[in-house]
Structures are given as C-alpha cells and as structure tokens.
Design a protein around this ligand. Sequence first.
Ligand code: CDP
Ligand code: MG
Length: 138
Amino acid sequence: MAQRTFSIVKPDAVRKHFTGAILAQIDKAGFQIVAIKKASISKEQAKGFYAVHAGKPFFDALTTFMSSGPLFLMVLEKDNAIADLRKLMGATNPANAEEGTIRKNFAGSLQENAIHGSDAEDTAAFEIGYWFAGYELA
Ligand code: CDP
Ligand code: MG
C-alpha cells in the first residue's frame, strides 16, 4: 500500500549543487514527490525537528549545521516508502554506506550526510506534520 515518508536534502548537498542528482535518484527509484519546498530553518526549528536527539553529543553541531543554509523539505510516496527510502539513502555514516546509495554518492561526512529520511511510521507522521500543513499535501 502506498505510504508517505518525510525527507530533507540537507544544506551540505544544496551547497554542493547535488540537489538535482539526489532528486533524480529518488524519482528513478519510483517515489512520487507529493510536496517539496525550499527553506532556511532556524536553530530553534532544527532543535524541535530533532528533539529525539536532544542531549546527545552531536545535537548542538547537528542543529547548527541544519540551520546553516537552505535545504529542501519533501514528502515522498510509494509502496513501502519509509524502508525503501532508508535503503536508498544508505548508512548514516557514508563510510559505511553501500555502493550506489545517496549517502555513498553525495555525503561528505557523518554529520554532513546529504539526506534525511524518516525511520518509522510514527516519526514520519510527526515530521510531515512539523513542516507541512494539510492543504500542502492535498
Ligand atoms: O539520519 P539518520 O536517521 O540516518 O541518523 P540519526 O542517528 O537519526 O542521526 C541524525 C543525524 O545526526 C544524522 O543523519 C547525522 O547528520 C547526525 N549525526 C551526527 O552528526 N553524529 C552522529 N554520531 C550521529 C548522527
Ligand atoms: Mg534518524
């Protein structure tokens, strides 16, 4: 059954002009781009989005990075979208990412790893609702 997930082309990838190549890879993999918008988010907005990581050693640097420049917020849809996007993204640390994955192709480091993807149904619902209003997804 069609499922929605939430994704971000992170600021490192936008700065390096990888946006088009990343979107092409997502498109070719069969995802529908339900909604997409460019944004420059504040550190406070990044902290709210990544609240699950509050208190971890990388939280401050991560939220500074995510608020360091424009990014693209997206809602993607396909059968098994959540797991399939995670597979397409590759491991969090690009050093461990499989050949051909987005992170293997485009990520520069563990922090600056090009793309975000929701990891479960409940986090996808929270993340879509955090960045998109219902009327934007109709
Ligand atoms: O993004 P993903 O779900 O694969 O990883 P995460 O464990 O949920 O961590 C969120 C983000 O924090 C990662 O994508 C990295 O950008 C960053 N991170 C980091 O800078 N250092 C770590 N040790 C772990 C994650
Ligand atoms: Mg995660």
